[in-house]
Design a protein around this ligand. Structure first.
Ligand SMILES: [Fe+2]
Length: 169
């Protein structure tokens, strides 16, 4: 049961932990991390403060964007990534500004879940790869470090844009 709309961990085989030995974020990827049953209730996110709603929402958006523009993108996952981007882009601002707006919370929660489904088959890319050390070194929230990097990594990727990314150019 996710209490934020961001990580997508309710549907992914990924877990990220900070290793105290070297202060680095490290990933564990295993099919055993994928739950048999997921219960997503957007009412659980109503009390999430605006800054955390924004940061987690950007994380979810980044999962979808990095899956959609990924060199390993595939049509079935593209559908979830695209719908996740659409839902989050359309509703994240309302969810941040009006935390008790159930419709906005529901749409962002669905977008986050869809982003979580993308994490196994396609996974993330440069934004997340750079975000982990940034977050570890400066103790930034994961969504915030993603937000800082997202425009620059996407711009950097333009010369080698995938077919899906070329649709945006
Ligand atoms: Fe993430």
């Amino acid at each position: 049961m996710p209490a934020t709309s961001g990580t997508g961990s309710e549907a992914s085989p990924n877990a990220i932990l900070v290793d105290d030995a070297d202060n680095q974020k490290k990933g564990i990827i295993s099919p055993y991390l994928v739950p048999d049953i997921v219960y997503v209730d957007p009412l659980l996110t109503i009390s999430v403060p605006p800054a955390i709603t924004a940061a987690t929402g950007i994380d979810a958006l980044t999962h979808c964007m990095e899956a959609y523009t990924n060199k390993f993108a595939q049509p079935f996952i593209d559908m979830m990534a695209y719908e996740g981007m659409r839902l989050i882009a359309a509703h994240i601002e309302t969810a941040v500004k009006q935390g008790d707006n159930v419709e906005a919370r529901e749409k962002v929660a669905m977008g986050s879940l869809l982003g979580g489904f993308c994490l196994g088959p396609v996974n993330t890319a440069g934004v997340h790869a750079l975000s982990y050390p940034l977050g570890s070194m400066f103790h930034l929230a994961h969504g915030l470090s993603n937000a800082l990097l997202l425009p620059y990594v996407m711009e950097y990727n333009i010369p080698s844009a995938t077919k899906n990314m070329q649709k945006w150019l």
